[in-house]
Design a protein around this ligand. Structure first.
Ligand code: HEM
Length: 450
């Protein structure tokens, strides 16, 4: 019997009572960034840490977030150099980490094929991947790591959307598993580096991460070669056909490869993680799972039907509030600035932390409680606009937000209609923030037909 929705607090790391001394904080951050925030981080508007030669400022109030990520985009458009270093081996200089004119040009090339007005054409890819995943769940004998299963299914969506049906299904699972292994190998660079700390990545780990990154790129390069110069879908054609004013292609050769790898990873990561946390919440709160199932149609919904699934959407949005897939946005100041009473020097790090904003005591009632009703009716309109940022904010907001939401809803509407989820015996879910907010050790659930 699940507790009433009003009281249910799903898993979160225990907050230390007081700020940790620097060394203890660093050691903890290596394991999990979220576990270093003391209880008062969920109340404060701005707070800072000074490390040798670098200030880290956390923008923890909606108006400060707006100032940094929207108004002062010119100063704060660069993601941290260390995040760039963590991702470059895999996604090269793609739009996700580019900045300045290079970013603007690449963003101009990738945004049009992802525009909400053209999303319906991807719906068959969403449904095909969802049906294949449902087939796997139906045949499951024993606990399933749904984190890996959703990652493979959503990578499958992206492969279908970019290359079409000729790519074997097994390719999706291989790409998703290699990226998971890469994240584990690259974890130290990303976390400590993002905060401006010395790169303590051992050479062994670095070599392993490098090998995994090269393997990933080689796989995708082979898919591009197999597609040939005119193959793939309309989405791939749109990337290939983007032109500068002088008629030269924006994306060709390695630059095209960078962008396609980025699509497969950025496009899959957020959606797969969202589905994973939603499945955990369904497992821990069966009353919510039953209410979703009651709303969902027996056959996969059409694209236009997705907007009518208001309760399921609210559960997904609440899952993204409690477990934002990108839990930290890091920016490195390109010039001097002043935020409230703090002077920011070039190179200082400014963070927005959706994990904190989404659980801020001044912005949310009972912030750690699972309550999908927060996203029903006009409740969202009564909250400050910059309090909820699952897709980021400002000019660098997720280019695939509408695509991501549609793929999550399409897959959710199939799996939560057909299956019940329960925690595997002996398994405890643990949120763990590295490059993204994934469950540590996966998400082992029992999956049974409704
Ligand atoms: C539920 C699914 C998704 C979530 C939660 C998500 C989340 C995010 C977030 C938070 C950012 C901003 C990070 C920052 O500012 O530091 C971002 C950026 C980005 N995302 Fe997504 N994303 C999702 C799906 C997708 C999909 C489907 C695509 C493409 C097919 C995509 C492509 C991108 C790109 C290209 C950027 C970089 C934008 C830029 O810097 O101009 N995302 N995403």
């Amino acid at each position: 019997m699940s507790p009433p929705a009003d009281d249910f607090v799903p898993p979160m790391p225990a907050a230390p009572a007081r700020p940790l001394p620097m060394l203890a904080g660093l050691l903890r951050a290596r394991r999990d960034l979220l576990s270093i925030f003391p209880a008062d981080a969920y109340r404060r508007q701005v707070f800072t840490t000074r490390l040798p030669g670098r200030l880290i400022l956390v923008a923890n109030a909606p108006e400060v977030v707006r100032d940094v990520f929207v108004v002062k985009h010119a100063t704060y458009q660069r993601k941290s150099r260390f995040l760039e270093d963590a991702l470059r081996p895999v996604i090269g200089g793609s739009s996700f980490i580019a900045w300045g004119d290079d970013w603007a040009e690449k963003r101009g090339a990738i945004a049009p094929p992802l525009h909400p007005s053209g999303l319906a054409r991807f719906h068959p890819c969403f449904v095909q991947a969802a049906e294949e995943l449902a087939g796997d769940f139906a045949g499951a004998d024993g606990p399933v790591d749904v984190a890996a299963a959703f990652a493979a299914a959503i990578t499958r969506v992206l492969l279908l959307a970019v290359f079409g049906p000729s790519v074997p299904r097994a390719e999706a699972a291989a790409i998703a598993a290699t990226f998971t292994a890469y994240q584990e190998a690259a974890e130290v660079v990303d976390l400590l580096g993002m905060m401006g700390l010395p790169d303590m990545l051992g050479w062994l780990t670095r070599r392993r991460a490098g090998r995994l990154a090269a393997a990933l790129r080689a796989r995708v390069a082979a898919l591009l070669r197999a597609a040939g110069p005119a193959g793939g879908t309309a989405l791939l054609a749109a990337l290939r056909d983007a032109r500068r004013d002088d008629g030269t292609p924006v994306l060709a050769g390695e630059r095209l490869l960078d962008e396609v790898v980025m699509f497969l990873l950025a496009g899959a990561e957020g959606a797969a993680i969202t589905l994973t946390w939603t499945a955990m919440l369904a497992a821990l709160h069966p009353a919510t799972a039953d209410r979703m199932a009651a709303e969902l149609p027996t056959a996969p919904p059409g694209f236009d039907d997705l907007t009518g699934l208001v309760f399921t959407r609210a559960v997904v949005q609440e899952a993204m509030r409690l477990y934002p897939p990108v839990a930290v946005f890091a920016r490195q100041a390109l010039g001097p600035d002043r935020i409230r009473r703090w002077d920011i020097a070039t190179g200082d790090i400014v963070l927005a932390v959706p994990w904190l904003l989404h659980r801020h005591e001044a912005l949310w009632d009972a912030p750690h409680v699972f309550r999908p009703e927060r996203f029903l009716g006009d409740a969202p309109r009564r909250r400050p606009r910059f309090a909820y940022l699952p897709f980021g904010i400002g000019p660098r907001i997720c280019a695939g937000a509408a695509f991501g939401m549609a793929e999550v809803m399409a897959v959710a509407s199939v799996v939560f209609r057909r299956f019940r989820f329960a925690l595997a015996p002996g398994f405890t879910p643990r949120p763990n923030c590295r490059l993204a907010l994934r469950p540590k050790g996966g998400m082992r659930l029992l999956v049974s037909r409704r």
